[in-house]
Design a protein around this ligand. Sequence first.
Ligand code: AMP
Ligand code: ZN
Length: 136
Amino acid sequence: MEDCIFCKIVSGEIPSNKIHESDHVYAFMDISPISKGHCLFIPKVHAEKMHEVADETLSEILIMIKQVINAGVFENYNVLQNNGIIAHQEVKHAHWHLIPKEHSDEGLKLEWKPNKEIEQTRIADKIRANLLFEFE
Ligand code: AMP
Ligand code: ZN
């Protein structure tokens, strides 16, 4: 897609510190890392959000993340995938962050606030009713 920074990285128009590429996936180091080894995995075909990425590509992404974790010998890490502006997605080309965490004071920090007031029953019913699932 024109004017997409990650599409330009895939095409080579913008340089990147590439780790690996497969038929559908491109992996490279994050330019503003929050920990040592912070890297990104993207589909080669432009898609803004995760649910718009082809199934085969999604599988390939997770497998490549696993291989990079093994290659980097990362024992502690977060895999982060943001979708939409209010969910902290800045680059509008779907991407997966692999954020190793060697020390507790680096890498991803989460504010996790469980809320007992949240009502889950109706949304669970809606999901079950609408679910199109290939796997049984
Ligand atoms: P997000 O907030 O999930 O959209 O994260 C976007 C990520 O892309 C950030 O961690 C940026 O540092 C990273 N990023 C943006 N431009 C580049 C680039 N040209 N090369 C590598 N990483 C980039
Ligand atoms: Zn793109």
